[in-house]
Design a protein around this ligand. Structure first.
Ligand SMILES: Nc1ncnc2c1ncn2[C@@H]1O[C@H](COP(=O)(O)OP(=O)(O)O)[C@@H](O)[C@H]1O
Ligand SMILES: [Mg+2]
Length: 233
């Protein structure tokens, strides 16, 4: 892993004692964590340990049963559904194992969508989309539909989309889980560079030790509880 700068900026995200059950079965049990601007935190754990549930709660997609989650100065539990949607749209980017690009939109249109939703003017949208597609290495595929792209290309487009509105927080749920190791490594390097360049905090759910290595810190979930924390060596 990579050593973090000594003077930590204020936290982007703070979770305190987060708990959640499904049908009375506890899935998250008293999870607390903090994530700082510019920090990359790996969230590891066996399948079923609660990683995606935690990520969804932290990103305001799902709600915990108890505990608190603060994004910058806003407690998510004080927001209604519209408030959560607005916060996600403005401040959070997300990438997934299966890319989740909109199949009827081109690569460029997928990247443009968050900018449209955030009311960015057309000329600026075009400039930002062009620069981002170049930056992630798929400028030549701007007019392709997702079905015409390789897995690695789809994930590059998804990363460009997740960062287009310049979010403070990037959530990634096993983003290399559907890529071979070579393309997975390229995507991880891109995530490392882009989060360094933009100062975006990254919470990276992963099974892969290689993925955890691009992070400053790792938290291990075991049966919904934090079972171990490791700082960069
Ligand atoms: N919507 C849901 N309804 C019922 N059980 C769920 C739901 N989502 C997740 N679970 C259960 O919660 C546990 C944790 O799931 P998840 O957070 O997806 O784990 P992970 O991402 O670590 O594999 C699993 O046992 C899963 O079956
Ligand atoms: Mg999962």
């Amino acid at each position: 892993m990579i050593a973090r700068p000594a003077d930590s900026p204020p936290p982007v995200l703070v979770a305190r004692d987060v708990a959640k059950s499904y049908a009375e079965r506890p899935v998250l049990r008293g999870v607390s964590l903090a994530l700082h601007a510019g920090e990359r935190l790996a969230l590891t754990g066996a399948s079923g340990s609660g990683k995606s549930t935690l990520l969804n709660c932290l990103g305001g997609v799902d709600r915990p049963d108890s505990g608190s989650i603060r994004f910058r100065n806003v407690a998510l539990e004080t927001l209604d559904a519209d408030g959560l949607t607005a916060l996600r749209r403005r401040d959070i980017g997300t990438i997934f194992q299966f890319f989740h690009l909109l199949p009827t939109l081109t690569a460029a249109e997928n990247v443009e969508l968050p900018l449209q939703l955030n009311g960015v003017a057309p000329a600026e949208r075009r400039d930002r989309v062009k620069a981002l597609l170049e930056r992630v290495g798929v400028a030549g595929r701007a007019t392709a539909l997702p079905a015409q792209l390789s897995g690695g290309e789809m994930q590059r487009v998804a990363i460009a989309r997740a960062l287009s509105h310049r979010p403070a927080l990037l959530l990634a749920d096993e983003p290399t889980g559907n890529l071979d190791s070579r393309h997975g490594a390229i995507i991880l390097e891109l995530l490392r560079e882009l989060t360094d360049e933009t100062g975006t905090a990254l919470l990276l759910v992963t099974h892969s030790a290689a993925a955890a290595r691009i992070c400053h810190r790792e938290i291990h979930l075991r049966d919904g509880q934090i079972g171990g924390q490791r700082d960069a060596d």
